[in-house]
Design a protein around this ligand. Sequence first.
Ligand SMILES: C[S@@+](CC[C@H](N)C(=O)[O-])C[C@H]1O[C@@H](n2cnc3c(N)ncnc32)[C@H](O)[C@@H]1O
Length: 296
Amino acid sequence: MAAAILPQIINQNSEIRSSLKILELIQRTTEFFQRQGVESPRLTIELMVAHVLKRKRLELYLDFEREIAESTLDALRQMVKRRAAGEPLQYVLGIANFYGLDLAVDKRVLVPRPETELLVDYVVKNSAAAKTLADLGTGSGAIAIALAKKLATARVLAVDASAEALEVARTNGSAHGAQIEFLHGDLLAPLPDGLQCDWIVSNPPYIPSGEIAALAREIRDHEPRAALDGGTDGLDVVRRIAAEARARLAAGGRVAVEIGAGQGSAAERIFLDNGYRVEKMISDWQGHPRVVVAAG
Ligand SMILES: C[S@@+](CC[C@H](N)C(=O)[O-])C[C@H]1O[C@@H](n2cnc3c(N)ncnc32)[C@H](O)[C@@H]1O
């Protein structure tokens, strides 16, 4: 119970509050997080302290004996409470790192995942001549911004059905000086008439509806349902992309779509049935195919 234990950590009385040192706070909160079942408890509190002090995490090690100001403790207490209640650490910090870029994130968008960097990496390495790329379901803007930064002369468009997500994506795009056309709507529908793309990329919602209840509380209770739910078998949006994207590909154009672990052969079949040639199935570090690359 966060409310019951937290006061012992940092709020018992003003004497403790005003004399709490960085190391002591880290140790006590680590124990607290352990009891709460928070993953990587010590790293989590170190990242929080570094964040509020605007320092690099490792710099804290040189400053363990420093006393923490009361205003800093107040901010930390809020963050500890939120994380102990199951909010993803990235929402609590307000930042997620993706492809070397710090992106603002909150409950309006999915926290970008390392698997999605595999998709970006492949597209970056195979886009020497790409002029136009579209990211469907851009969320925080992660894929579109990473591509726009790496492929500076390409035209990048980013679509999301969630107006709230697009606000976050626009903020991130501006913060990184990325030239992206952000469009509100359903998959390919908002793309300008006649636009043909060299790449259509997407990390769509792909969790089977019936599996959402069993996900970790960080995901189930905090990330947007529209970013997760892919229908009965998880592949509803993948099927739509496969059916609709081919007509929007330029000559030699390709589609790259992230899928869930265990969806490899079903997703490959979807693209083959829609007349694509499957160029590559990119696997994650556990060997599960996680990105389908298909040529139109
Ligand atoms: C899994 S999240 C991916 C976010 C981001 N691209 C990333 O990789 O971190 C899927 C995103 O697709 C959006 N989305 C879901 N269905 C959509 C649709 N039919 N048209 C456009 N966007 C959609 C959701 O709002 C969500 O932002």
